[in-house]
Design a protein around this ligand. Structure first.
Ligand code: DTR
Length: 337
């Protein structure tokens, strides 16, 4: 109780700039709006760090692209425009050859499993793609599904439809006969409102968090790839942190991945219910033959990823084997809860 009171006083003093010179203030930039899961997890991380450091570290959060946007986040954190930032690796094809393995259509069911797999792979392989920054946590979305203005009940109805996606998801759409329109999530509300795209391929919590259910009341179950995210910190800022603060942040790495995965899975459920109740949303399933056809059409992506990963010196086979093993393990754990 006393600890809570002291912390509250610290937090109040902190927000008025009254805390002693020893207080460390860090800026944390995020590209999507405050209501969306990347920004919700940011607030949770901020609270955890402020609490566990007894207010010695204060985090100023900037959601909605108010400090850095999706396209300049990685560079911006490396250059120190923000101390911390949240990136989606799919938005910069080719830059993250290892962690974009999550974008392969392996049929993840949950964000919880995807997040833990991503974190474990990152910890084990410490890929070069992140050597310019300190990685604080990682997470993956729930699997991607189609959300459209008009019903897509079969693959024939997808042909020629402009659908927004990013990264490997765009290649997937192309193979399935849609017309992919590549852009970060933060630019999608306008594209949908203006009718520039007829739908999107993403995890479905966006039906609620962006109120996309108002534009895309039809969903088609595909359970395709997962979008990988990382929370990164400027290296000089990281190196300048006191040892005990660094330890607190490092201990939060896996915990935050798990928290975010669980939050997102619950949010997808809530979002589907919202879309059904408020917009009479309908979810379609394809025929068994069409699911088999999709799987077969997308097989080449694994080979393609493997070749590109090997070119950069990554042990691709080993990474894939670890991914599949961990996915089964974590999905089983989630299912048994
Ligand atoms: N599906 C990815 C990432 C993503 C999913 N939900 C959100 C919400 C806010 C920002 C990004 C995302 C995408 O489609 O970009």
């Amino acid at each position: 109780m006393l600890k809570k009171i002291i912390l509250t006083i610290f937090l109040i003093m902190g927000s008025y700039g009254l805390v002693s010179a020893e207080t460390i203030r860090l800026s944390y930039a995020n590209f999507p709006p405050a209501s969306t899961f990347p920004s919700v997890q940011m607030e949770r991380w901020k609270e955890a760090v402020e609490e566990r450091t007894n207010g010695r570290v204060m985090i100023d959060t900037y959601p909605g692209g108010s400090l850095l946007g999706a396209r300049n986040m990685f560079r911006g954190v490396i250059q120190g425009q923000a101390d911390i930032g949240n990136i989606c690796m799919s938005y910069q094809p080719g830059v993250f050859p290892m962690t974009t393995v999550l974008e392969l259509p392996f049929g993840f069911k949950t964000s919880t499993a995807a997040s833990l797999v991503l974190w474990d792979l990152f910890e084990k392989y410490q890929p070069k793609e992140f050597e310019q920054v300190k990685v604080l946590t990682m997470f993956g979305t729930a699997p991607s599904n189609l959300m459209t203005r008009q019903p897509v009940r079969n693959l024939a109805e997808l042909q020629g439809l402009e659908i927004r996606a990013s990264g490997t998801a765009s290649q997937i759409l192309e193979v399935l006969g849609a017309v992919p329109v590549d852009m970060p999530m933060s630019e999608t509300p306008e594209a949908l409102q203006r009718g520039m795209v007829k739908g999107l391929l993403s995890s479905m919590e966006v039906l609620l968090d962006f109120n996309f259910a108002a534009y895309t009341p039809y969903q088609t179950r595909l359970d395709l790839q997962v979008y990988p995210f990382a929370v990164i910190m400027n290296k000089n800022k990281w190196n300048a942190l006191p040892e005990d603060v660094r330890r607190i942040m490092e201990e939060l790495g896996r915990e935050q991945a798990l928290w975010t995965g669980e939050y997102m899975d619950a949010q997808v459920e809530k979002s589907l219910e919202y879309a059904r109740n408020k917009y009479d949303a309908r979810m379609f399933e394809l025929s068994r033959e069409e699911y088999a056809e999709i799987n077969q059409k997308l097989e080449f992506l694994v080979e393609k990823w493997k070749q590109e990963a090997e070119k950069t010196g990554l042990p691709a086979e080993e990474i894939l084997a670890d991914l599949l093993r961990l996915k089964d393990q974590y999905e089983a754990e989630v299912a048994s809860q």
